[in-house]
Ligand binder design. Structure first.
Ligand SMILES: Cc1cc2nc3c(=O)[nH]c(=O)nc-3n(C[C@H](O)[C@H](O)[C@H](O)COP(=O)(O)OP(=O)(O)OC[C@H]3O[C@@H](n4cnc5c(N)ncnc54)[C@H](O)[C@@H]3O)c2cc1C
Ligand SMILES: NC(=O)c1ccc[n+]([C@@H]2O[C@H](COP(=O)([O-])OP(=O)(O)OC[C@H]3O[C@@H](n4cnc5c(N)ncnc54)[C@H](O)[C@@H]3O)[C@@H](O)[C@H]2O)c1
Length: 457
């Protein structure tokens, strides 16, 4: 049977756009549908605008540091509307580059919602017509989750809304203890907002190395953010111009804005997948095999909608493996080990490989090499910010199993260190590498004293 397309992609985010472009380059006839702005979460309401806000907020500390270096910066003032509008202009520019890229590769773009009708048919909602494809790729991403019981009137906002606020809130209460909660808590604290972070657990960034998360907690508190662990929101209400948050402890917080940052859920509802036999987890994530194939053989899925490692570079690599396997004549699979991770708090976190607890749980005997120091720049600046670096080494093979750090430029350093960790290099090979002086990164090749791994208490 002849289909309209070889591949129809639902969702023009990080994964969908890469899969469409790659498959078209391999000669496939490809179409893609996007119901919002082309670029998806990362470009329009995630990594990119978030990082631009991180840059904006960093000026606060820099201005404070500058006096120690002889700079006088009087009357520094921040204007939210300028930042917000400039970010939106930049996102528009990036989105149009994505559209140009798709056009350049001959991909047909439908700017509307698409729904799967049967294993080879997609319904284009706003055009009210169907198109057929030999293969359908669902790359529909995820949506922020909120607790509607505690917030029945939806007075709280989610990360999507942050980039469109009319004004910078003077007070902000954030729920969550993961990436989004911590990144936005730091951003707003440095833009001048009084921030309170309410977290249901007792260890922020639970999936990260224990000592790194402990340092993140200390840095959060040192940034002037009020941290309330082991608590959740019981009820959100309005009281005059204020919003109020009643915590499960009974304490009531008055605030201007409330941010739900308690996780995301796959965007699979109403996509028509169940009728085609596509299986989902209880969370709504599409279940796929190693080649991104769902339980329906002509339907594939990747990226956040499969809810595995929800990061842009992962969605992109999955997309490249999918295109190569399905249309490039060269089967490829994504390697999920050694995916580097960063949290853009201030100072930021970078991490690759196994944590100390993971190594011990897997039965490795390990030596842990650490450096905890005040970077040179901070001495004249007169700030107390420190850098913590950790190399976890297999005591038997000498291989570096994990590299974790928190401190200025940690994500940049970890991206490079990830090459060595993925390549399976040994501590001896790190040590054979000549230092680059004066840098903080040189600690990575000069770490000399170690302690045995110790289990979390
Ligand atoms: C605030 C925030 C900050 C982040 N920061 C980082 C970071 O610093 N680094 C990092 O690596 N990751 C970060 N992420 C995660 C990253 O953005 C995602 O992992 C990535 O965008 C996933 O790509 P995707 O292609 O799977 O989905 P998405 O990028 O979400 O794309 C899915 C697209 O599908 C569209 N769509 C859905 N259903 C339909 C339909 N039925 N018809 C048509 N279109 C549809 C959606 O509109 C969307 O554009 C962040 C996420 C958030 C929310
Ligand atoms: N720098 C980055 O790479 C980056 C940045 C932002 C987002 N992301 C991606 O987006 C995903 C979603 O981010 P996220 O921060 O929303 O989710 P998350 O899963 O990282 O963190 C959610 C946190 O909220 C806590 N929580 C849950 N319910 C709560 C409640 N009622 N009250 C208080 N705390 C509660 C959870 O224990 C958890 O710590 C991330 O997992 C990540 O994959 C990545």
């Amino acid at each position: 049977m002849a289909y309209d397309y070889d591949l129809f992609v639902i969702g023009a985010g990080s994964g969908g756009v890469r899969a469409a472009n790659r498959s078209a380059k391999f000669g496939a006839k490809v179409a893609i549908a996007e119901q919002a702005d082309v670029g998806g979460t990362c470009v329009i309401r995630g990594c990119v605008p978030k990082k631009l806000m991180v840059y904006a907020s960093e000026f606060n500390d820099m201005i404070g540091d500058a006096a120690g270096y002889g700079w006088e910066i009087p009357d520094a003032r921040f204007d939210w509307a300028t930042l917000r509008d400039r970010i939106q202009t930049e996102l528009g520019r990036l989105s149009s580059l994505y559209i140009k890229g798709l056009e350049g590769n001959g991909v047909t773009l439908f700017q509307c919602r698409a729904i799967v009708k049967d294993p080879h048919t997609v319904h284009l909602a706003s055009e009210n017509r169907d198109v057929t494809a030999e293969k359908i790729l669902v790359a529909a991403g995820g949506v922020p989750f909120r607790d509607d019981e505690a917030d029945p009137d939806r007075l709280g906002i989610v990360s999507d809304d942050v980039f469109h606020l009319d004004k910078r809130p003077d007070r902000l209460v954030v729920a969550g203890g993961g990436y989004i909660a911590i990144e936005f808590a730091h951003i707003f604290a440095r833009l001048g907002t009084e921030v309170t972070l309410v977290y249901r657990g007792h260890r922020l960034l639970r999936a990260f190395d224990r000592e790194i998360s402990e340092r993140v907690e200390q840095d959060l508190i040192a940034s002037g953010i009020r941290y309330i662990p082991n608590t959740i929101f019981a009820r959100i209400d309005r009281d005059g111009d204020d919003k109020t948050v009643e915590l499960t402890t009974g304490e009531v917080l008055r605030t201007d804005e409330i941010l739900w940052a308690i996780g995301r859920r796959p965007r699979t509802s109403g996509l028509g997948l169940e009728d085609c036999g596509v299986e989902k987890t209880a969370n709504g994530a599409v279940i796929v095999d190693q080649d991104y194939r769902t339980a329906c053989p002509s339907i594939f899925s990747l990226g956040d909608v499969t809810d595995r490692i929800n990061l842009t570079p992962v969605a992109i690599r999955e997309a490249m493996a999918f295109a190569s396997t399905q249309f490039g004549g060269e089967p490829k699979r994504m390697d999920y080990r050694h995916v580097p991770k960063a949290v853009f708090c201030q100072p930021p976190v970078g991490s690759v490989g196994m944590t100390e607890d993971e190594c011990l749980d897997e039965g490795h005997r390990i030596d842990v090499f650490e450096a905890d120091f005040r970077p040179m720049k901070n001495v004249l600046a007169g700030n107390d910010k420190r850098m913590l670096m950790k190399l976890i080494v297999d005591a038997e093979t000498d291989r570096v199993l994990g590299c974790h750090m928190v401190g200025e430029a940690a994500p940049e350093m970890v991206q490079i260190a990830a090459i060595a960790v993925k390549a399976g290099l040994t501590k001896a090979q790190f040590d054979e590498t000549c230092a680059l002086h004066p840098t903080s990164a040189e600690e990575l090749v000069t770490l000399s004293s170690s302690r045995p791994g110790k289990a979390s208490t």
